[in-house]
Design a protein around this ligand. Structure first.
Ligand code: PFF
Length: 519
């Protein structure tokens, strides 16, 4: 069975950019920036982008394309092709299937709320509700509290099933007809929605006549005025580095899977950089100009601090609908906001499930429908605890292991493997094979020394600062501990299952990196 490959260059770039542009850009980023020193946060952010994000993007495009030549689309096989002699490295690669799967499990559920809210914005279900009412509406929707508009978790479950179904449907159509097709229209469309919202926000002026100084541009000032004292806090640096990895979808195994569907002559240097640029435009320019500035204009300089502190969900699902009710054409803008986020989420979530699918397809040679069914059922089962135990800390636990810990660990492993084991000279040559861009020489140094050192520093600092308390569940409510513990057991079982699958595959296969496919 021949491996699939991308239909066009723009297709693969948009698919990678589609994976990168997600809820992280429009919700996670502004909340983080506002809470971590505003403009000063951008210093560690841009440094991380230059020495962590961009190099890792190149690493993943390059090793993905390389592994694809041997018929491998996921990290166990790709790592093994980079370090043939080592018998254990493929088990590190398991993180590259496990991590995305863990993120998918909660990400897809949040994505489904956005579909629900896009619908409610059109039907006016929450119209005329104040802040407390919107909070109750959200808690009712999530099944955390009784609410007259909802019968338990019914609506949330319905929208979840629809969202999950759309994800599976796109993935079942394969790389070109599914993933590429979706990204070709959904990414431009969502960017258009975001530009419309940005223009609306920036031209709003001061919407509250009692406070002519509460303008959206003052809101931009609130977001971007630097508080340099934040730079002395290691937490701010960790947050910025983590955000760069998360928003670019690098350091977890997803981009290398997408890149494995490239043929050998295809450029990776310029394409990778283009995907980064698209994501950063969507994050810093668009993501930074919508939610926080408009919330500032409505809530003012005092209350915005608590809005930003109350987190991304509160900003997205309570403050934003509240604000939209107060501007003309608000229902339409609220719909655009939720549709934008839903599409951004969709193009990201499909990329999170593709490694598991690629693994079963490539390594077990199963037909796509069987793989879809199998992976779909496992993912569906794994999502249930997030839905039914939402208030018990399950989601945060998954976000921590998948969206923080695995991200940094995998990033460290892949960059060391590339720069040190595969060897920086070969690595440099491989990046430039078929490249439409010559990368500045300094990056050879960065790739070999700076990026590995940076990832290892993050890992150790993190361990000192948060690691032990997190592992010992110090900050978990006593009532939630059994749920968090059960989540950990489930995650361990999933990880071991994947290790076992890798074990079987390699037992069956003769030693070596695999068959070289026609390049
Ligand atoms: N980059 C996505 C976002 O910003 O929302 C999230 C994400 C997708 C993270 C895919 C990791 C990943 F592999």
């Amino acid at each position: 069975m021949a491996r699939q490959s991308w239909g066009s260059r723009i297709g693969v770039i948009l698919a990678v950019a589609g994976s990168a542009v997600g809820l992280g850009n429009f919700l996670r980023f502004p909340v983080q920036a506002a809470g971590n020193g505003g403009g000063a946060y951008m210093i560690p952010y841009f440094i991380s982008l230059l020495v962590l994000g961009i190099p890792l993007m190149w690493v993943e495009w390059t090793i993905g394309r390389y592994g694809g030549l041997f018929g491998h689309g996921t990290a166990p096989g790709i790592f093994h092709s980079l370090w043939e002699k080592n018998r254990f490295i493929k088990y590190f690669g398991v993180i590259g299937i496990f991590g995305p799967l863990v993120i998918f499990i909660y990400y897809v559920y949040i994505e489904s709320w956005l579909l629900g809210y896009a619908w409610f914005s059109l039907t006016g279900a929450y119209r005329g509700t104040d802040q407390a009412g919107l909070q109750a509406f959200l808690a009712g929707y999530q099944g955390l509290q009784p609410h007259p508009s909802f019968h338990g978790i019914g609506w949330a479950y319905l929208f979840f099933l629809i969202t999950f179904g759309i994800n599976m449907w796109v993935l079942s159509r394969g790389i070109v007809k599914g993933i590429e097709w979706l990204n070709l229209w959904a990414l431009p469309l969502l960017l258009i929605f975001a530009v419309i919202l940005t223009i609306r926000v920036l031209t709003l002026g001061a919407p509250n006549p009692a406070h002519p100084d509460w303008t959206t541009s003052a809101g931009l000032g609130f977001l971007w005025n630097p508080d340099f004292s934040a730079l002395r806090d290691a937490k701010v640096w960790l947050a910025a580095a983590g955000q760069v990895l998360f928003t670019l979808s690098v350091g977890i195994g997803v981009i290398l899977t997408y890149a494995s569907y490239l043929t050998r002559e295809k450029d990776v240097a310029l394409s990778g950089l283009t995907a980064v640029a698209t994501n950063e435009f969507a994050e810093v320019i668009l993501g930074g100009s919508i939610a926080i500035p408009i919330a500032f204009a409505f809530f003012g300089p005092q209350q915005i601090v608590s809005v930003a502190k109350s987190g991304a969900f509160n900003l997205g699902f309570v403050s934003m609908p509240l604000i939209f009710q107060q501007i003309s054409g608000g229902n339409l803008f609220a719909f655009l906001w939720f549709a934008l986020l839903f599409l951004a989420g969709l193009t990201s979530s499909i990329s999170l499930l593709q490694p598991a699918i690629a693994f079963m397809e490539d390594e077990f040679r199963l037909p796509r429908w069987q793989v879809g069914l199998l992976v779909g059922l496992i993912a569906l089962a794994a999502t249930q605890p997030v839905i039914f135990f939402l208030g018990k800390g399950v989601l945060d636990e998954l976000d921590f292991w998948g969206g923080t810990f695995c991200l940094v660990l995998f990033a460290a492993v892949e960059v060391i493997l590339f720069g040190w084991i595969f060897g920086i000279d070969r690595a440099w040559e491989e990046i430039h094979h078929g490249a439409d861009l010559r990368i500045p020489k300094i990056y050879k140094f960065i790739l070999k020394y700076v990026t590995p050192l940076f990832t290892l520093t993050i890992l150790t600092t993190w361990f000192w600062q948060d690691g032990l308390p997190v592992i010992l569940m110090k900050n978990v409510l006593a009532a939630n501990k059994p749920y968090v513990f059960a989540t950990r057991l489930g995650l361990t079982a999933l990880f071991l299952l994947l290790c076992y699958l890798v074990h079987i595959v390699w037992k069956r296969r003769p030693a070596g990196k695999g068959r070289l496919h026609a390049a």
